[in-house]
Design a protein around this ligand. Sequence first.
Ligand code: FES
Ligand code: FES
Length: 168
Amino acid sequence: MNPRKQLVRLRVNGQEHQVAIAPNRLLLDVLREELGLTGTKAGCDDGSCGACSILVDGVPVQCCMMLAIACQDQEITTIEALAQNGEMHPLQKAFCDFGAQQCGFCTPGLILTAKALLDQNLTPTRQEISQTIAGNLCRCTGYTKILDAIEKAAEMLRGQGQQKMMGG
Ligand code: FES
Ligand code: FES
């Protein structure tokens, strides 16, 4: 028998939601099925592929392994939040420009994992990038283009930061 539903508050991409869900619902399923945020992918469902990676309070987590109810009042970020005013995030642009996505199934999780790194460090070494994305499996690209794209995005973000400092 399903546990009784209860109202859970979730803050996703800056918006408050109240969802009536059973306390054992996974955050991945709530995002996709209750909130329609299907950019977060369901791969292995056992924490081993990284396709479902999102950010909770800025930290990458695998939401197939988290209960939605445990994330109340935390800031949840999914891939849908990255483009702003119709403009792709530099990571999204670089992934497109470098051909770092083929089937694209791993891409949302990879981009969010990389974003968490670049939010802390805009000059990561290739090895640091590689270590950061080690839990995000890609069956298509061989990773070289992904690493190239993340390095390029870091460069673009550094350029944006310099422009802002110069008042541009
Ligand atoms: S679907 Fe969550 S780690 Fe694979
Ligand atoms: S692009 Fe297909 S799994 Fe990564």
